[in-house]
Design a protein. Structure first.
Length: 142
């Protein structure tokens, strides 16, 4: 195995399961070169060992004007929302309410695959990223 170490930013699973996931990830990165193949391997292995319905998605931040901790919180909240809700409007509502609760009111959120936007935002309160196939526009204004 490689000498590279994984950095776990946030986990909500038993330690044994997390260690299994990290081992699976190490095996996948040695075996595959493409991210989609690594993700597919991880999903199949987690489904096999812990039951179906696991997902492996990577957030791709396209543009952000916010502190790194706030951005990481937003990404974590969005990942939780996508696990909990199936509809984009519900994911957006969850993310907006959680950001209002943690960082004060007047957050706005748009989630979807096809939309245009042009918004004004407060300084250090903007993020545009993809989680899976959905784009997420998150900003504070008002």
């Amino acid at each position: 195995m490689s000498d590279e170490r994984a950095v776990v930013k946030n986990a909500d699973m038993p330690k044994e399961m997390l260690n299994d996931a990290l081992d699976m990830c190490a095996r996948a990165t040695e075996k595959y070169g493409l991210e989609k193949d690594i993700a597919g391997f991880l999903k199949k292995e987690m489904d096999r060992k812990y039951g179906p319905t696991w997902h492996c998605v990577r957030a791709v931040v396209k543009n952000a004007d916010m502190p790194k901790e706030m951005l990481n919180d937003a990404l974590d909240m969005c990942a939780r929302a996508t696990e909990k809700y199936g509809l984009e409007k519900d994911i957006a509502g969850f993310l907006k309410k959680e950001m209002d609760r943690k960082y004060g009111p007047t957050w706005h959120c748009v989630v979807g695959q096809h939309y245009g936007s042009y918004v004004t935002h407060e300084a250090k309160c903007f993020a545009y990223f993809f989680l899976g196939h959905s784009a997420v526009l998150l900003f504070k204004f008002g």
